[in-house]
Design a protein around this ligand. Structure first.
Ligand SMILES: Cc1cc2nc3c(=O)[nH]c(=O)nc-3n(C[C@H](O)[C@H](O)[C@H](O)COP(=O)(O)O)c2cc1C
Length: 266
């Protein structure tokens, strides 16, 4: 089970992760929202370093946003120096400004270019590369070609959010494309999208018994105990929820020196 805490929006960070893990148990991995890559030959900015420097006692996977191979390999080296063991590339973000610049979901626009880019970064990255993807920009028919490309690249893992960019987060995910990915992909696959309850996971696993991992996004923010419940555990007690509210406050006071107004959003 993986979690994608939306740190970029100020909701989470290492305080959230540590408190969450100690209240409800560690998840297998924690995927960081994308960071802006450092410029070639330069260190990360202080702001990015703040988000990255604290390596908690959890398996945390940072994510990069770029369409430039050198611009990926250089920060991947910096992440290796910081002690990370894997780097994720996001080719699935639907954000309009990002797509217009050809980054993230925009990378899905030119399949040949995407393959060149992926092969290059997989060869030169000092860390194993995993990818987070959508099915294409406007139509699921785009995915067949993309899946072929992903299968040819030595990825550590492919995380699939089975919607196209224009669907944003709406409508029913295209589960069949996820099923196809499970069948074809020679590397591990994780599913992402609309898992809010054990019933949702049950339906996914019933349809696709080869499922091994899901990435929890909105579901685990709405219900912080979702990971435990998906493993057959109980819902949160009132006392657990109270602690989960109090402990981030202690962490933010320590980290920010007192003024924590607006930080507690869970
Ligand atoms: C506010 C917001 C921010 C997100 N930021 C990222 C991101 O930085 N990197 C990424 O790979 N996915 C990002 N996602 C996508 C989620 O990882 C996930 O694929 C998507 O929300 C569907 O899963 P869910 O229904 O479990 O949330 C974001 C989603 C939302 C709603």
């Amino acid at each position: 089970m993986l979690a994608h805490p939306y740190g970029r929006n100020g909701i989470t960070g290492h305080v959230f992760r540590e408190v969450h893990a100690s209240c409800f148990g560690k998840l297998d991995r924690y995927c960081l929202p994308f960071i802006a890559p450092a410029h070639l030959g330069k260190p990360f900015t202080e702001k990015t370093l703040k988000a990255l420097r604290k390596l908690d006692d959890l398996l945390v996977i940072p994510q990069l946003l770029t369409k430039n191979a050198d611009g990926f390999v250089w920060p991947a080296g910096l992440l290796a120096e910081l002690g990370y063991s894997e780097v994720n590339l996001n080719v699935g973000c639907p954000s309009g400004t990002v797509v217009a610049k050809g980054k993230e979901a925009g990378l899905l626009r030119d399949a040949e270019e995407l393959e060149r880019f992926l092969q290059d970064i997989c060869t030169r990255s000092p860390l194993p590369v995993s990818v987070k993807t959508r099915l294409g920009l406007t139509d699921v028919s785009e995915y067949e070609r993309l899946l072929d490309i992903f299968c040819r690249c030595p990825l550590k893992e492919l995380i699939v959010h089975p919607r196209v960019r224009t669907e944003l987060y709406k409508g029913t995910p295209h589960f069949a494309c996820y099923g196809e990915t499970l069948e074809e992909m020679p590397f591990p696959v994780a599913y992402s999208g609309d898992i809010f309850s054990p019933a949702d996971l049950g339906a996914l696993v019933q349809g696709y018994p080869a499922t091994t991992h899901v990435l929890l996004g909105c579901g685990i923010l709405a219900n912080p105990v979702l990971g435990r419940m998906l493993k057959g555990g109980p819902a949160a007690t009132a006392d657990e929820i109270r602690k989960f509210h109090e402990r981030p406050l202690e962490g933010y006071v320590e980290k920010m020196g007192g003024n924590t107004l607006f930080r507690i959003k869970v």
